[in-house]
Design a protein around this ligand. Sequence first.
Ligand code: SAH
Length: 350
Amino acid sequence: MHDKTKSLIEKLESEHHLELGEYEYLIAHRDQQAMDFAAERADCVRREIYGTDVYVRGLIEFSNYCKNDCLYCGIRRDNKNASRYRLTEEQILDCCAEGYELGFRTFVLQSGEDSYYTDEILCDLIGKIKKSFPDCALTLSIGEKSRESYQAYFDAGADRYLLRHETASPAHYAKLHPGSMSFLNRIQCLYDLHEIGYQVGCGFMVGSPYQTPRTLAEDMMFIERFRPEMCGIGPFIPHKDTPFRNEPAGTLEETLYLLSLLRLLQPNLLLPATTALGTINPLGREMGAKAGANVVMPNLSPTNVRKKYMLYDNKICTGDESAQCRHCLDLRMESVGYQVVVSRGDIIRK
Ligand code: SAH
């Protein structure tokens, strides 16, 4: 590790700010020692705020219909091989009930951008979930909507919203998405969500095609400015039925390093050790926790649809029951000295 790398990691920890060129340098000069040093500092910072607690969210993938055609995504509109499904309100409520029994106190409803679920249907569903499980937080991850729709879901009781910005570079964004999608709109959505009062999660894939240390530095700068409550990052993994089928996957090492840098940038950030991280390496989520992650998001979807929500190839846990996933993650986190807790898992503000 160069002296400059070490001093930049220390500066990030103490000032929570670097210049664009400094982030770029840090990301471009990653070596094993830099990774180890960043992870050690990140774990220390995380323990000061969250101790060894790991927050758990139950992910319910309720529809894989999507009107968008993101070039990286397995459920993109143009993938004619995807077998499409929608869960009914009753099925979704059943998933929540099962999750509640298993100790989940946050439910994340995620889907493609599926206009079948009108605002009326969604608000009704949100109201029912909040009424049945008043001590739980409800997170939506259903893509870009109008400010009015976001407001309606919030008024109906939704607490949080996950919308990865995907990349903070407009030029890079244009290479990952069809011309019909707009970088500015996505960023506007994130600001709208914050203004309405949601706890917001942004995020990006690590190693997506055309990504560079420079675009990653821009992601870090964006997170500095936006100050999300959560930031979801995981490796890009190619899907066989997308234009990016032959692109290389993101690496375990770079993802772990970025988790550590994000923890140092914003110490109280909720940082998930994602399913994609567990997919590229069998111990990816454990290593993610050690590098600074403090959230896991196991699947609560009904077993018979799991294989259909294939964002990327070889996604793990698609054959397991929810209870198995929950138990398995308990053990995995314990094996590296952390524990999954039964709690809404809100961000801690000091
Ligand atoms: N339609 C919702 C949910 C998208 S899926 C929305 O627009 O927010 C959730 C996330 O999965 C995406 O934001 C993307 O970052 C990630 N993802 C999609 N395809 C992926 C791939 N091939 N490899 C890794 N992550 C992927």
